[in-house]
Design a protein around this ligand. Sequence first.
Ligand code: DON
Length: 312
Amino acid sequence: MTSEWQRLQSKLPEWVEQNRHEYIHGKVAAYIPELSKAPADALGVVVMNGAGETVVAGDTELQFTMQSISKVFTLILALMDNGEDVVFSKVGMEPTGDRFNSMLKLELVEPGIPFNPLINAGAIAVSSLIRGNSPEERFARVLQFFRLLTCNDTLEYDQDVYDSESATGHLNRSLAYFLMEKGILRGRVEDVLEVYFRHCAVKLNCTDLARMGLVLAYNGRDPVTGVPLIPRRFVQIAKTFMTTCGMYDASGEFAIQVGLPAKSGVSGGIMTMVPGRYGIGLVGPSLNRMGNSTAGVHLLETMSRDLDWSLF
Ligand code: DON
């Protein structure tokens, strides 16, 4: 009988090629102009097990920015800095059913706090909770945390993507001013956005992302080094948000088709995991109507069905 790992080794390259063409049904994000340079037909995936061994297939050398995937880890850092009560006095725990950058419900639904930490308004509020005396210090702590989780000391943010988003992020600016007016943001709007835009622009590859997923898969302990990095309770909170809102308004469909906690970003990255077994990092820059990697979601469906990974 072949083991699951052997099946992954033999089938993953074939599954990547089988799903790659799905990119034609999507588009590379262009609202942050710098992101539009990504290769639309790229597709790469890394699966990492508890020993740090990997199965890789496709364009895994591609570097991309974390974008919204970073929100999972800034949430965790904010929880570690402030505890649950403070964090959940500023953001809620529910999916919105609106686009990730919408301000609709902020005004319509009392008490006017962002519905959850994975939409832009919520993530901006969370960024303002990261401890530090200046935006530089707060971002340095975020980057340090990401480096610890990836075991990659060379991780940096991409200056061009940061500049591009900072120059065009008018909607995020308006969300931040709204939050400031409501007393939800700590500090100055531009300082908070500097931290937010920078953590969205942290550049990595599929292996880095798989390692971050692996830490979540093992409830906060890096299984390769044995070092505890995140309290289990905060991993539980993060994985719950990933399941309920990690794939934007397609989170329900993703739960049915794939059945794993996951978080996507507009650069086409997806981080997911098989609890207790694997961390998975994937990239496919062409996005479907809901803002998730078109080919990436199809590839994860193929993998999850074949290997019976759904948690439900
Ligand atoms: O704020 C933005 O629009 C981007 N930096 C991140 C958006 C993203 O990946 C989608 N978010 N849920």
